[in-house]
Ligand binder design. Structure first.
Ligand code: NAD
Length: 391
């Protein structure tokens, strides 16, 4: 259980690129990083494309004006001159900038925590993976809900044989916020549907990379062998990128899966759902009710497991904060992701290899696998939604 005790000898000096006043995701990063006493300390930022807005906003969230920078190149150059310069940088900017900013930070000797989808291509991910390894630096990826304790409970129960052999994986990440989009798109929406700024996908990268990684955290031994992807732009203003997609896939153990992702699922507020069906029982979790896990044994009454209860597995209780009855949610899950990345950075800095290997966090490989998933989905959809061997 976590109770605010310091896990690191001192906080990591942390900066942000992006995540400014108008950003959708910036506050989630700060909630995650600053939740646990002494893991991170926000010292600088190039928070915005607009330099004036960067300083105005940065100072209002407590950063010294001289450490609010008009662009990330200047931030890296100026911080390198300081004895108390930044050590780790989060990248919370539109997708097309992730690779350039991450590479520049690593070259400056800084750890990186980057948004998803990590980059545009697997080749870029491999290059960054090698660069980070050569400099003993960590690259984490903010799959925000992947730190939720009830996902760890699902993993533990499956490992313990509680559902039998895994047969089906049913994933969903859909919402309806773009169902009514006309031709006029907001700034954040416009870059998401432009291949130059979003990459080769919209909702597959924007939403489904989260659920894909969460399923992998629960089922680390299952690997996709082939898939087929059917995707379309149901709102013309989103073309050429998809606002809706269905993906079918086969795993190496004979299990089959399906994933539906959409931003035009009008009215749906139960966005993310994970159901794992085994030969004896099923487990089901939903992001809308994250503290609850449904365990359904064939022929028996359903069981409803609650977050924070002592009957849960150690893996689920390790990152508990509030205790049962007191709801947690997305902010706490982000804090778990950030804390695990801080522990990985600390272990890497101390050269503690065994400790580093023991930390479970979304790393550069997880980012790369997300991009690989996108490349395979695109290859299938561009071949008339044919089944393709997973590469
Ligand atoms: P947004 O358009 O709402 O905000 C982007 C922010 O980055 C703005 O503050 C903008 O001024 C700033 N910015 C843009 N280019 C910059 C640059 N070169 N230097 C400094 N600042 C710059 O976008 P968003 O919705 O916040 O998404 C940002 C990233 O986060 C995307 O990659 C997106 O996929 C991801 N995202 C992740 C989650 C999650 O749950 N992990 C949620 C939302 C978005």
């Amino acid at each position: 259980m976590l109770n605010g005790e310091m896990k690191l000898a001192r906080p990591l000096r942390w900066g942000m690129v992006g995540g400014g006043q108008t950003s959708q995701v910036g506050y989630k990063h700060r909630i995650g990083a600053l939740r646990d006493n002494g893991a991170f300390e926000l010292v600088c930022g190039a928070f915005d494309v607009d330099a004036e807005r960067c300083t105005e906003f940065g100072t209002r969230i407590g950063v010294q004006a001289e450490r609010c920078y008009g662009d990330f190149h200047r931030m890296l150059a100026e911080e390198a001159k300081r004895p108390d310069g930044v050590e780790v940088v989060s990248v919370a900017t539109p997708n097309f900038t992730h690779y350039e900013i991450t590479k520049a930070c690593l070259e400056a000797g800084l750890h990186v925590i980057c948004e998803k989808p990590l980059f545009f291509t697997v080749a870029e991910c491999e290059e960054i993976e090698q660069l980070a390894a050569s400099k003993n630096l960590i690259v984490g990826v903010t799959y925000g809900y992947s730190g939720h304790q009830m996902l760890m409970q699902m993993k533990a129960m499956i490992e313990q044989g509680k559902i039998g052999d895994v047969r089906m994986v049913d994933l969903q990440y859909t919402h309806g916020f773009n169902a009514a989009d006309g031709d006029h798109l907001s700034e954040a929406q416009a870059w998401r549907v432009n291949p130059k700024t979003s990459g080769s996908t919209f909702v597959l990268g924007d939403l489904a990379t989260h659920t894909f990684y969460m399923a992998h955290r629960i089922l680390p031994n299952l690997h996709i062998e082939k898939l087929m992807c059917d995707r379309q732009s149901l709102v013309p203003a989103h073309a050429p990128l998809e606002d809706n997609a269905h993906v079918l896939f086969h795993y190496n153990n004979g299990a089959v899966g399906r994933l539906w992702t959409s931003s035009v699922d009008a009215g749906n507020m139960d966005a993310q759902r994970i159901r794992i069906v085994g030969s004896k029982a099923s487990l089901q979790w939903s992001a809308a009710y994250p503290d609850d896990l449904h365990y359904q044994v064939q022929g028996e009454p359903n069981q409803h497991l609650h977050r924070g209860m002592p009957y849960l597995d150690e893996q689920a209780l390790e990152y508990e904060r509030m205790g049962a009855l007191h709801t947690e949610g997305l902010g706490d899950s982000w804090a778990n992701v950030y804390l695990s990345i801080a522990l990985a950075i600390d272990a890497a800095n101390r050269g503690a290899k065994d400790e580093l290997e023991a930390v479970q966090y979304p790393d550069v490989k997880a980012g790369k696998e997300g991009v690989r998933w996108l490349e395979n989905c695109v290859r299938s959809s561009e071949s008339g939604s044919a089944w393709v061997a997973y590469q």
